[in-house]
Design a protein around this ligand. Structure first.
Ligand code: WQD
Length: 336
C-alpha cells in the first residue's frame, strides 16, 4: 500500500518513512523543503535501500496534490507538513493559520475528491495547555492554546473530526509529546535551522562545543527540582506509532472512524534530569546557566498512554538514556 507523507523530509516524517518501509508500505513524499534538507532523501534511500518518490511543493497547493493523486495510487496520507515554531507563531500567526490550517483543508478536500479515505494527523500535546491533573489522558480537557501554533493543532483536529462525520473518511490524530533522538544509523536525525528552540538539540550542540552554554528557562517551578517536566519520546518510537495508526485505519471497516491518541512514553523528566542523563552518556559536564522562565512554558505535562497501548497495540520502547545516546551520536556525526 502507498502512503503519501506530507513533510516527509522532516525530522519525524523521515523517521516514519523508515518504519513504514519496514512494515511493507511504500511512501511518497510531498515536501517544500522550507524546514528540511533534500539530503535527507539520499539518507532515506541509503537506509531503506530503494528509491523514494518525492514531489516538491506546498501541501496547500491543489495542483500538486491533484498531480500526486492522479499519478500515484495513494491508500492513505500521513500529514506532517506544518510550521511548528511556537515563538514564531506568536510573531506571525497568519503564516501558521495559512500553512497549518488552510493547507489541511485543501488536503482534506482533495482526499475526498480522489477518494483517499485514511488520514493520520500530526497533532501535539500542546492542545492540553497547562493540565490540571497528570498524566494527561485523551479525555483531559483541551485548554485554550498558549500560542497560535498550538491553536492550529486544535483547529485542525476539529476540522478533521467534522469532515469524518460528514464524509466517508477515517482519521486518527496523534498527540505527540516531545520527540528527541535520531535513527541509530545516524544517517537521519533532527536538523534544527539556526538556534534550536527545543531542549535536546541545544543540549547536544553545547555538548559538542558548537554553543557555549545552555540556558535553563527557570528552576522555580513546582516540580521535583524546580525545572519543567516533559515526556521525551524517541523519534523512532513516535514513527512506529504512525505505522500502528495506519494499520488500524486500513483495517477499520467503520468508514466514519475518528479518534485521538497520546503518543509519549508515559514518563515525565525534568530539564535537569535530561542534563544529568546527557552528562552521564557523554562523559562531560554540560555548561548551563539558570535563567528566568520562558513565556508560554507549562510546568509539567506527560502522557497517559494506556489508550495507544490497548487500541493501537503500540508503546514506546526506548528510555531517555537511549534517546539521548542516539541524539548525541547524531550530533557528533553531523559535526564530524
Ligand atoms: C522543553 C523544556 C523549556 C530549550 C515544544 C512545542 C511542542 C512540541 C515539542 C511540536 C521546557 C526547556 C528548552 C532551552 C530550556 N513541538 N528548555 N532551554 O516547549 O515542551 O514543546 O516542542 O509539536 O508543540 O511547544 O519543548 O524542547 O522547547 O522545551 O530550558 O534552550 O526545556 O523551558 O521546559 P516544549 P522544548
Amino acid at each position: 500500500m502507498n502512503i503519501l507523507v506530507t513533510g516527509g523530509a522532516g525530522f519525524i516524517g523521515s523517521h516514519t518513512i523508515v518504519e513504514l518501509q519496514k512494515a511493507g508500505y511504500q511512501s511518497i513524499i510531498l515536501d517544500n523543503f522550507t524546514n528540511s534538507e533534500k539530503s535527507v532523501l539520499q539518507g532515506l534511500e541509503t537506509i531503506i535501500g530503494s528509491k523514494i518518490v518525492c514531489y516538491e511543493g506546498n501541501c496547500g497547493d491543489a495542483a500538486i496534490l491533484n498531480k500526486i493523486f492522479s499519478e500515484q495510487k495513494i491508500d492513505g496520507v500521513i500529514h506532517f507538513a506544518a510550521s511548528k515554531a511556537v515563538g514564531e507563531s506568536v510573531e506571525n500567526p497568519l503564516k501558521y493559520y495559512h500553512n497549518n490550517v488552510s493547507a489541511t483543508v485543501t488536503l482534506l478536500e482533495l482526499m475526498l475528491v480522489n477518494k483517499v479515505s485514511n488520514l493520520v494527523f500530526s497533532s501535539s500535546c500542546t492542545v492540553y495547555g497547562e493540565p490540571d491533573a497528570l498524566p494527561v489522558t485523551e479525555n483531559t480537557p483541551v485548554k485554550p492554546a498558549n500560542s497560535p501554533y498550538g491553536n492550529t493543532k486544535q483547529i485542525c483536529e476539529e476540522i478533521i473530526r467534522d469532515t469524518v462525520k460528514a464524509n466517508q473518511i477515517k482519521a486518527i490524530s496523534l498527540r505527540y509529546f516531545n520527540p528527541i533522538g535520531a535513527h541509530e544509523s545516524a544517517i537521519i536525525g533532527e536538523l534544527p535551522k539556526g538556534t534550536p528552540a527545543n531542549l535536546v538539540p541545544f543540549v547536544t550542540q553545547v555538548g559538542i562545543g558548537q554553543r557555549a552554554e545552555l540556558q535553563v528557562f527557570g528552576d522555580d517551578y513546582d516540580t521535583v527540582d524546580g525545572t519543567c517536566v516533559r515526556d521525551y519520546i524517541h523519534v523512532v518510537d513516535l514513527a512506529a506509532a504512525h505505522v500502528a495508526a495506519v494499520d488500524l485505519l486500513v483495517k477499520n471497516s467503520d468508514l466514519k472512524y475518528y479518534d485521538t491518541f497520546n503518543i509519549g512514553t508515559g514518563r515525565g523528566n525534568t530539564v535537569l534530569e535530561v542534563i544529568r542523563t546527557f552528562e552521564e552518556i557523554s562523559g562531560n559536564a554540560l555548561n548551563y546557566r539558570i535563567m528566568p522562565r520562558r513565556e508560554g512554558d507549562v510546568t509539567a505535562v506527560y502522557a497517559d498512554v494506556t489508550k495507544a497501548e490497548k487500541e493501537l497495540g503500540w508503546s514506546a520502547k526506548k528510555s531517555l538514556k537511549e534517546s539521548l545516546t542516539d541524539a548525541w551520536r547524531w550530533q557528533k556525526k553531523i559535526c564530524s
